[in-house]
Every structure is written in C-alpha cells, then in structure tokens.
Write a protein that binds this ligand. Structure first.
Ligand SMILES: Nc1ncnc2c1ncn2[C@@H]1O[C@H](COP(=O)(O)OP(=O)(O)OP(=O)(O)O)[C@@H](O)[C@H]1O
Ligand SMILES: [Mg+2]
Length: 219
C-alpha cells in the first residue's frame, strides 16, 4: 500500500488542495484510493461529500477522532494533515508515511515558517529514525513575482542533512481551477483537459515522482 502524507505546520499552505487533487488524480488513473482527513476542520471530508456519485470512488476516512483504518483493498492512501500537531502526533504521522509532500506558498511569513518546520522535521527524523521521502512543492504561485522567485531559489537550494538536494518537485500556480475543483468535489484532472491543461502540466513532475521508486522509503 502506498502512503502519501501532505504536511506543513503553516495554515493555508495548500495541504487540502494537494491531498484532494492527488486523491482525484490516482482515482482517475483507476487506483483504489483512501483519503484520510487528519484535520478536525474536515475539509477533505467536505470535498468528498461534494463529490459526484458518477466519479471514480475515493474512500473517506475520518482520522482525527479515531485510529486510521482504510478499506483492505486500498492501493493508495493520501493523508491530509492538520496545521497544528504536537510532537508525538507529528512523529506518528511521519512514521506512518512513505512519502511526505510539503506545500509552501510564496510569502515571507510562510517561507520563514517552513524553514522552522523543516528544522523540526529534521530533528524528529533523528528521533524516529525514519527514511521517509520528503519533497517540497511551491503552491499558489503568481509567476514572475519577486517573492515567487525567492521561494523557488530557497526550495531549489534546500539541502538534506546528508548534503543531498532536498527534492523540489514543482511550482503550482495560483489558479481559479483549484477553487472550482474544490467546490465540486473534483480534482483538476477531472475537468475537460483543455480547461486545466496548463495546471496538469505543472503537476506532472510530482505525479511522475510519486509513481517512481525514488519517492519510496529505502531508495
Ligand atoms: N494553487 C492554488 N490556486 C488557487 N487557490 C489555492 C491554491 N492552493 C490553495 N488554494 C486556496 O487557498 C486556500 C487554502 O488552501 P488549503 O485549504 O488547501 O490549505 P491547507 O494547508 O489545507 O489549510 P489548513 O491549514 O487550514 O488546513 C483555500 O481556499 C484553497 O482553495
Ligand atoms: Mg487543510
């Protein structure tokens, strides 16, 4: 079973947007998906409630009051994390995931918060001794803006404690397609291709990476 966690301590960085679009992507590829909402706000569960019945099924798993149990046949688990997690909860989440995706929006406040959070994750990884794969995604980017360039430079230069480059997957632009998709319980991959072609293009490095062994533990 493939387990992907979308995580960032900063509110509004795009965790739910990435989690729901990833779930919709894998579902439209024919995989059996469970979307686990770990956030008491329940935004991923709201998205699933809005999802039309004729679309590929995604199992809804409420993971904030109970232990996480996904249907036995599940092939891909996408987990939408809350912003606020205490250390124990964060350690449990990190242990549970094979791959972690960190969305970061271009804003000085968010970039500083991401730096701090990456530091926390590093020290946590020393404690929980996990070789979970991490990658960053720049989200809600307005191309050509100075701050977008600064975020990209920062993510591009980011190094793992081993000195290797921290994988920086892609830049997702700020687009009303995400708002329309969120409203209707869909992913951008489930609209007419012409309507979301540019956005799909930006997603492709991330979806390719997630489907390659490079994004799995131990590689
Ligand atoms: N690429 C994007 N383009 C346009 N709007 C976006 C994009 N990504 C996210 N948004 C919007 O930004 C807001 C915050 O996104 P989202 O809810 O996914 O963040 P979050 O990290 O899950 O927030 P929280 O910490 O509250 O759970 C939402 O209104 C969402 O629709
Ligand atoms: Mg959310």
């Amino acid at each position: 079973m493939r387990t992907i966690l979308v995580l960032n301590a900063k509110g509004g960085s795009g965790k739910t947007t990435l989690a729901t679009n990833l779930a919709g992507y894998f579902a439209s590829e024919g995989a059996k998906i469970a979307l686990v909402d770990l956030d008491p706000q329940g935004s991923s569960l709201d998205w699933l409630s809005a999802r039309p019945a004729d679309r590929p099924k995604i199992a809804a798993v409420e993971g904030f009051t109970k232990g996480v149990r996904v249907p036995r046949s599940t092939e891909v688990v996408v987990m939408d994390a809350p912003s606020r997690t205490h250390d124990d909860q964060l350690a449990t989440l990190v242990r549970r995931a094979q791959t972690i995706i960190l969305p970061i929006v271009p804003s000085p406040i968010d970039i500083r918060a991401a730096q701090r959070f990456l530091g926390e994750l590093r020290s946590l990884r020393n404690i929980v001794a996990t070789d979970v794969k991490l990658a960053t995604v720049a989200n809600r980017v307005r191309e050509g803006t100075l701050i977008a360039n600064e975020l990209e430079d920062y993510l591009y230069e980011l190094k793992l404690p081993s000195g290797r480059k921290f994988p920086f997957m892609t830049v997702l632009r700020s687009s009303t397609n995400y708002l329309r998709a969120a409203e209707r319980g869909l992913s951008i991959f489930e609209f007419a291709p012409v309507a979301t072609a540019a956005d799909r293009e930006y997603w492709s490095p991330l979806t390719r990476w997630l489907q390659s062994p490079r994004s799995l533990r131990g590689s």
